[in-house]
Design a protein around this ligand. Sequence first.
Ligand code: FAD
Length: 463
Amino acid sequence: MTDGGVSTATRPRIADAVVDEFRAGLRGRLLRPGDDGYDEARRLWNGMFDRRPALIARCAGTADVVRAVNFGREHRLPVAVRGGGHSFPGHSVCDGGLVIDLSPMKGIRVDPVARTARAEAGVRWIDFDHETQAFGLATTGGTVSDTGIAGLTLGGGLGWLSSKHGLTVDNLISADVVLADGRFVTASATEQADLFWGLRGGSGNFGIVTSFEFQLHAVGPTVLGGMVAYPLRNAKEVLRFYREFDRAAPDELTTYAAFVTPPGGETIVAVFCCYSGPVDKAEEVVRPLKLFGPPAQDQLGPMPYVTVQRLFDEGFPTGSYYYTKGDFLADLTDAAIDVFAEYAATKPSPLSGVLVQTVRGAAGRVASDAMAFAHRKLPYAPVIVSQWLETADAEKNVTWARDFGRALQAFAGGGVYVNDLGYDDADRVRTAYGANYERLAALKKQYDPDNLFRLNPNITPPT
Ligand SMILES: Cc1cc2nc3c(=O)[nH]c(=O)nc-3n(C[C@H](O)[C@H](O)[C@H](O)COP(=O)(O)OP(=O)(O)OC[C@H]3O[C@@H](n4cnc5c(N)ncnc54)[C@H](O)[C@@H]3O)c2cc1C
């Protein structure tokens, strides 16, 4: 390569020879603008971010990650870390810096006897579920199957199994981590326990996790899943019913409420379910939902767990433009329900919607200071997702989600899910870490005092 080296805002140009030496020391590819695969590798799920990194290190394993961390630190490059590329605010790509791209790292080893799995940081939930379900096992994972296990786990991890088995972080047994100084450590309840505390909700602030070890549980392969949906005009009564139904649900049942518009159809209010207990008990548990009013659609029934894990896939394609707003609510009050109904009726794009995820059952019984993820007592986590296809439609779609988010703020319980923060939510980062912020800041000072890992919901190291 002789295209003039790598220029950075913070240091003199990095000579080609230095870049070549970096490349030669990697098992994976090092991509620069113009290289084959560069444009594909810089593309994120959210089409809003068209950034051009100077270097993309496509890591093949931990050795590459160590080398890339050392290179980024020594040359003072902005460092973005990419797992599955589903960051709402686009943190996993940068302009002009180094992307440490873990997506080629896809190894998964399931131990069906111990019921554990170790998965590398480039694994997506579709890969993970494929391997674990071969043994009738699973752990709580994201509800869109091409989301990465890495970013999702490091923020907390809300999914269809969370009422029964806790959040994804509640099932994390250990993590292999490359620290900002290039050291490699394993963090668990017994090794580097303080780091392990911080990893479980601290959003990549403390190092790069190269692999995750999870506890697995017997799940499916057949569970009861799907949705019962009602016309939008019934939104308020449906959500009031939903509130009581969800409160009374056993741990085996995780439910989400949502406003969505099926392709070519009318906007509906839907209650999505996953019942992961014995299938012969499922019908009885969901009967009240099936009997409540005449539904517009009833698509709730036995299906493979992996199908449930893909229910939302078509609604969130890679490359659309997205803008998001999230919150945690302590209650789904009648007044909050009115806000949902009002904004669902005025969304400017049929592709947009809102999903009310839940933190309940086992996920809600963990102490708020047991790990970095703090918000155990705020059971509703609505995420408003604006989606559009033409740049000209940006303003009205952003405005809708922003106004909707602002209206919900009146009912917010004082928290927001760190993985639901949008690109203009920098002032809400402290709220996302809640009462655990000070402890996290002390850990940041210990593990990343120069804030190498800052392209994330950033915890500023105290001076
Ligand atoms: C369509 C969609 C559906 C979603 N559904 C859910 C859901 O059901 N439940 C839920 O809890 N969340 C959900 N989320 C939010 C999701 O958890 C976050 O967007 C998460 O950050 C995605 O992880 P990723 O690895 O794909 O993203 P990336 O963009 O690759 O990473 C996001 C950030 O995580 C950090 N990071 C990534 N990998 C590492 C690593 N190995 N080491 C250190 N830091 C790292 C970096 O700061 C990076 O910028 C969803 C998001 C999308 C876009």
